[in-house]
Design a binder for this molecule. Structure first.
Ligand SMILES: Cc1ncc(COP(=O)(O)O)c(C=O)c1O
Length: 278
């Protein structure tokens, strides 16, 4: 990650500087994307840019960049052979005055960097998770940089020896602090439907597509806390960790306490799908 992109320039990381009056710094007024790249190829770029545009529209900061414009910005940051991800952050930019209202003139700050995807051991061995009340805001479909709610929830999980917090709203388990939620209940793979309560994950979409294509019984439906506790398998999914089986929830084994058969099948399908694109 020696070279990063900032507002039209490629710079050494140490030289990339943003004003302390940037609204991203002062208010968390911005959005972000995380886009994996396997063997130098950006994964589901159109979907990530569509979600980015939805996030930008959600904060009233639309930008006129095409998918090709973004691709041209990202490609020089990638290092061909490795599994990596682009982190893209866009804020409402610098304003000379700290004021909650939007500035008269907006010049967004656009920052992108590339990092290696480090293998996550929990993907193979499974992780422990705990359920926690969802204390975040009401616009969780926007990929906002304002992540304090998610961070506090994830840290509470880590403090309790767990790798993820599964968030519960009105008695329904909805997603993880930084992942989408899947559960196998009565032999059917369930994931909560897309609403403002969850981030519409790209990995989630891929899993649903693969389930459809390969005849794995599935449904987008609410998962009550009771159903989650009775599930034979629970997974959390995200771009950088992929599909991670939860083998212990709230101190109790999930199924037989090992990654389950539906997870094995889906993990293989995802790995094959990734290979087929590179
Ligand atoms: C709250 C939340 N939900 C879901 C996801 C999964 O999204 P994706 O599969 O696009 O990485 C993330 C990813 O970071 C997230 O932060």
């Amino acid at each position: 990650m020696d070279i990063v992109y900032l507002n039209g320039e490629y710079l050494p990381l140490a030289e990339a500087k943003v004003s302390v009056l940037d609204r991203g710094f002062l208010f968390g007024d911005g959005v972000y994307e995380v886009i994996p790249a396997y063997a130098g190829r950006l994964f589901r770029l159109e979907d990530h840019i569509q979600r980015l545009n939805n996030s930008l529209n959600g904060i009233r900061l639309p930008l006129n960049y095409t998918v090709s414009d973004w691709e041209a910005i990202f490609l020089p940051l990638l290092d061909g052979g490795k599994d990596q991800y682009i982190y893209l952050q866009i804020t409402r930019g610098y304003s000379p005055k700290r004021d909650h209202g939007f500035p008269q003139q907006t010049r967004p700050t656009i920052f992108a960097m590339c990092s290696d995807i480090l293998p996550f051991a929990g993907r193979i061995n499974g992780i422990r998770a705990i359920t926690m009340d969802d204390t975040r805001w009401q616009l969780c479909h926007i990929k906002a940089i304002t992540l304090l709610g998610n961070i506090l929830l994830r840290q509470e999980a880590l403090d309790q020896g767990c790798a993820e917090a599964i968030l519960v709203k009105n008695g329904q388990a909805i997603e993880g602090a930084a992942s989408n939620l899947f559960a196998v209940v009565d032999g059917i793979l369930l994931t909560p439907p897309k609403t403002n309560d969850i981030l519409p994950g790209i990995t989630r979409d891929v899993i649903l597509e693969l389930a459809k294509k390969h005849g794995i019984a599935h449904r987008e439906d609410l998962i009550s806390l009771e159903a989650l506790h009775a599930a034979s398998e629970i997974w959390v999914a995200s771009s950088t960790r992929e599909i991670v089986p939860v083998v212990e929830l709230d101190g109790v084994s999930v199924g037989d306490g090992q990654p389950g058969p539906v997870w094995h099948a889906m993990d293989q399908l995802l790995q094959a799908y990734k290979k087929s694109l590179s």
